[in-house]
Design a protein around this ligand. Structure first.
Ligand code: UD1
Ligand code: CA
Length: 457
């Protein structure tokens, strides 16, 4: 993972907060209209996993005593996505301050620090959040600390103004800012940590006299100031604090996630021949000295051991692939597949719900579905398992050291014994005994001279 440009701009005097306990509130009540979707924004996926799950995992890594997600009414699927962590419902979206207020009942009488995260800022790192919390805990008389960032284009963000000692003077929302204020590029990421003790009362004191008639969380520093508490400012890296408001921004964060994952995977000892074209899922696991060719895509639930070779243009999901196996180029491995040691799946072979045993081969053009291919067996070019009769799926079980001749069709349910040899072009509808040689095709007839005149010249 990249080094983060965290530069605390003041050196806070040492003073630890009396209560060191963390609660996290994740704001996710926003409908995300600009996504133009029937799905709540935070359920849109990055690396195959809903955004909210990314931020939830990062929040969990901080080991807080509570994580409360603020949702709006009817967002049951978001509630399910964060379970068993609790949710709080914000009845109307009246601003970020009001959203935090909705979580107060669930927060109870919490006296530690409250970290506010956004469900649509999913890739903020644990390091950055720890830096924010530490800055706050070590600061003198800080009621809150905000995470700021230098934005290449500050449009849409709240602008941050600091006092001479680096503490926060004020945050001015874009819509409330004058022309001079809008020139400022230091902006509010929205993420903030604050003292929980007395928070409920302070939130009540936030008003909505502003351009949007909303209850702004960014007005909390003013309330703290009335109580002689300052607000700290720490800077984070703009890239990781990016939010998602549109599909284009979603694609942007997907790219960022993939970039980080590629670096992490290579760091773990995996060779990526063309990293920019390899796509991982959130849970992809790959062992050392595995080599991955260009344009390989991993769907969810893939585990690959050491010393595997995945050649170009392969698509793999829901599979476990063991040491020494070779996959592709152009292979498609579908869910519930296990490929054992030293097995080979070659080009244009599709494998689904199958167990390919040690040293078995299916090198060209085939379909192996709902099947077992025994150890050291050879599944010839163009052979297929006929697993579906239009109503139900059936199993094909192929023993060890079996030869399935090219272009054979194995009509399931069917079992082929160890050591059997199936002649090319066979269509099998009956079980085969072990060591049997089976030829199940029409015999070749050759009629001398009869071809003449058959083809118009
Ligand atoms: C907010 C900040 C702004 C900051 C920006 C960073 C305020 C007033 N402004 O802007 O300073 O630069 O974030 O992106 O805090 N949400 C709710 N309920 C609401 C409103 C929002 O749950 O009533 C949630 C949204 O789902 C989202 C987050 O809060 O996850 C931020 O809301 P959004 O409307 O994007 O923030 P802004 O007001 O634009
Ligand atoms: Ca926003």
């Amino acid at each position: 993972m990249s080094n983060l440009a965290i530069k605390p701009n003041i050196t806070p005097p040492k003073m630890t907060k009396s209560v060191k306990d963390l609660a996290v509130i994740i704001l996710a009540a926003g409908k995300g209209t600009r996504m133009k979707s029937s799905l709540p924004k935070v359920l849109h996926k990055i690396a195959g996993e809903p955004m909210i799950r990314h931020i939830l995992k990062t929040a969990e890594s901080l080991k807080p005593s509570k994580i409360i997600t603020v949702i709006s009414e009817g967002m049951d699927d978001v509630k399910a996505a964060v379970a068993p962590h609790p949710t709080a419902i914000q009845k109307q979206q009246r601003g970020t301050g009001d959203a935090v207020k909705s979580a107060i009942a669930e927060l109870g009488d919490f006296k530690g620090q409250v970290l506010v995260l956004y469900g649509d800022v999913p890739l903020v790192s644990k390091d950055t959040l720890e830096a924010l919390i530490n800055h706050h805990r070590l600061g003198k008389d800080l009621g809150a600390t905000v995470l700021a960032m230098a934005a290449p284009d500050p449009t849409g963000y709240g602008r941050i103004f600091q006092n001479g000692d680096g503490t926060l003077n004020r945050i001015v929302e874009e819509k409330d800012a004058n022309d001079d204020e809008r020139l400022v590029r230091l902006v509010n990421s929205g993420l903030m940590v604050m003292e929980g003790d007395g928070l409920a009362d302070r939130l009540e004191r936030i008003g909505n006299k502003n351009a949007q008639k909303e209850f702004y969380l960014v007005d909390l520093p003013t309330i703290f100031k009335e109580d002689d508490l300052a607000t700290g400012v720490i800077r984070g890296d703009f890239t990781e604090l990016k939010g998602v408001n549109s599909r284009a921004q979603l694609a942007d964060l997907e790219a960022l996630w993939q970039h980080r994952k590629r670096l992490a995977i290579m760091d773990d000892g995996v060779t990526l021949l063309d990293p920019h074209t390899t796509y991982f899922a959130a849970d992809t696991k790959i062992g050392r000295d595995t080599i991955i060719g260009p344009s390989v895509i991993f769907g969810p639930n893939v585990e690959i051991e050491d010393n595997v070779e995945i050649r170009a243009f392969s698509h793999i999901e829901g599979a476990k692939i063991k040491s020494g196996a070779t996959i592709g180029p152009f292979a498609r491995i579908r869910p519930d597949t296990v490929i054992e040691q030293d097995a080979r799946i070659g080009n244009f072979v599709e494998v689904k719900n199958a167990h390919i045993k040690e040293g078995a081969k299916a090198n060209h053009l085939g379909y192996i579905g709902d099947a077992e291919l025994g150890a050291h067996s050879n599944f010839g070019c163009g052979a297929i398992t006929v697993n579906y009769d239009g109503q139900k799926k059936s199993k094909t079980i192929i023993g060890d050291n079996v030869m399935i001749g090219s272009n054979s069709s194995l009509i399931a349910p069917i079992e082929i014994g160890n050591g059997a040899y199936i002649a090319a072009g066979s269509t099998l509808s009956k079980d085969v005994e072990q060591d049997a040689l089976v030829i199940a095709r029409a015999e070749t007839k050759s009629l001398a001279g009869k071809a003449k005149g058959k083809l118009k010249s």
